[in-house]
Design a protein around this ligand. Structure first.
Ligand code: ADP
Ligand code: MG
Length: 497
């Protein structure tokens, strides 16, 4: 049992997963290529991982196609398929400690967060989706055909798996994003090639072992770690992939959508956000302050639905800004394995450059840091939790996704003007409303163009709740019954009687 951070890192170097999973075998890359993954809090090496390239994607797609058409998967009863998926959830919980440690070391997030959120949410997603396997029913339909007035028909719909699915996921919730993607694909009977993010491959590879242990047949889930421009691009372009599901930046989402036109594969996208969190004077302001702080600082702010634009009714503005600044100052930043850590480092040098770049840009544009505003010295990609004021609607900090612990607070007076500002974004992923006036809350909830609107709460994720974006925040929904549409074709069968 590792007791120190360096011992935990050494244990992962010694025993962590390193190869890729293709057709039920753990293999090296076809070209023998490898890449490194590091602890973003220390910079230490965690593992040398097989690096997938185009040929590995080809091999994995062939394995997925074979498993779909020839293997036991499609012949299995839906009930049995559901039980295997349920077992994956059980195994995740049985290995919660190990998965949380891998997640913390590879991504940087506090282990308490991984244990409270990432791991149980992942298990629950598989449990929830397991139940859908037996409930993918079509319907019966009575068609009226104008040019066949006397004919009678018996018609019905069948819902069938879309086929071989390519799934490309990000680094902010590595295990949970794998679960969000794999759960519905398996429930619907698809087969998968999953590419984890190059920054955080470890937990998805460990999940691959658990999927095998659960008894999911060989080739149903293939996992090819590697870079986006190579492995990811090959998967998105592959002519024998029927559907691609992507979570990541809006920039790459657009690229994936264009790439997918080659064979018109189906596309679902869960992309960026710049979500407004709105506090009215009639709210429980203390609860709103706590919720708004959580809404931006949770998971280092590396959350696509982070509440990064804070709108506060004028007469409470100073109190709220002070409250969130106090909350920010109280956040203990450190290594995720240390017990008192509230916030870990950003995931990578690239992400560190991105966030500090936005902080510098904000300073240039006249945004004032009430607290935070800069990087923290030392090894690791740490930045200060930051509260900015004096931001105009046209400022970069109000328009672009930072994907870090940085919130811009702005006062408002008029609700129509507020609604306009809240919707003045290319994004439409999430929003928050804090008020005790229920009519106002519901009216505003319907006016906001976002896939999720929280009222008097923030960051509620559950397997049952659809999640996804309006506008440039994406196509389609993750989770809930909604996500099944991403993975099913509907067939009409018409019988002349
Ligand atoms: P970030 O820049 O924050 O890492 P990305 O959208 O670039 O976010 O990455 C999300 C996922 O998309 C990762 O798995 C990454 O490897 C992958 N990716 C990046 N570029 C491409 C690409 N051109 N084609 C396919 N996948 C890509
Ligand atoms: Mg990128």
């Amino acid at each position: 049992m590792a007791t120190t951070i360096s011992e935990a890192e050494e244990l992962v170097r010694q025993t962590g997963p390193k190869q890729m999973l293709i057709g039920g075998e753990w293999v090296e890359s076809a070209e023998g290529a490898t890449f490194e993954t590091h602890d973003p809090a220390t910079g230490d090496l965690l593992g040398v991982i097989a690096e997938g390239g185009a040929e590995d994607v080809n091999r994995a797609v062939r394995a997925a196609r074979f498993a779909l058409e020839e293997g036991p998967w499609s012949k299995m009863s839906a009930s049995e398929r559901g039980r295997l998926i349920h077992r994956v959830g059980d195994l995740i919980m049985e290995n919660a400690e190990e998965l949380a440690t891998l997640e913390t070391l590879d991504n940087g997030k506090p282990k308490a967060v991984a244990l409270a959120a990432d791991v149980p949410l992942s298990a629950d997603l598989f449990w929830y989706m397991a139940g859908w396997a037996t409930k993918l029913n079509g319907g019966t339909i009575n068609p009226s055909v104008p040019y066949l007035p006397d004919a009678e028909f018996h018609s019905y719909t069948l819902r069938e798996p879309v086929g071989v699915v390519g799934q490309i996921i990000p680094w902010n919730f590595p295990l949970l994003m794998a679960a969000w993607k794999l759960g519905p694909a398996l429930a619907t009977g698809c087969t998968v090639v999953l590419k984890p993010a190059e920054q955080t491959p470890l937990s998805a590879l460990r999940l691959g072992e658990l999927i095998q242990e659960a008894g999911i047949p060989d080739g149903v889930v293939n996992i090819v770690p590697g870079y986006g421009e190579t492995a990811g691009a090959a998967l998105a372009a592959h002519p024998d992939v029927d559907k691609v599901a992507f979570t990541g930046s809006t920039e790459i989402g657009k690229l994936i959508a264009r790439t997918a036109t080659g064979n018109l594969k189906r596309v679902s996208l869960e992309l960026g956000g710049k979500s407004p969190n709105i506090i009215f004077s009639d709210a429980d302001v203390d609860a709103a302050i706590e919720g708004a702080a959580q809404g931006i600082f949770f998971n280092q702010g590396e959350v696509c639905s982070a509440g990064s634009r804070l709108y506060v009714q004028s007469d409470q503005f100073d109190r709220v800004v002070e409250g969130i600044s106090e909350a920010a100052k109280g956040i203990k930043v450190g290594h995720g394995l240390e017990e008192d850590t509230d916030m870990g480092p950003l995931v990578s040098a690239e992400q560190f450059e991105r966030v500090t770049g936005y902080l510098n840009r904000g300073a240039e544009e006249g945004n004032r840091a009430v607290t935070g505003g800069k990087a923290i010295d030392g090894p690791g990609f740490f930045v200060e939790p930051t509260v900015l004021v004096d931001a105009k609607p046209s400022d970069t900090i109000v328009r672009e996704e930072v994907f870090g612990p940085v919130i811009a607070a702005m006062p408002f007076d008029d609700i129509d003007d507020l609604a306009r500002q809240a919707n003045d974004s290319h994004y439409g992923l999430a929003a928050g409303i804090w008020t005790r006036d229920i009519s106002k809350a519901h009216r505003l909830a319907s006016r906001i163009k976002a896939g999720t609107v929280h009222v008097n709460t923030y960051h509620v994720f559950a397997a049952e709740l659809p999640f996804g974006g309006y506008k440039q925040s994406g196509w389609g929904r993750e989770m809930g019954e909604e996500v099944l549409k991403n993975y099913l074709e509907t067939k009409s069968v018409i019988v002349g009687l």
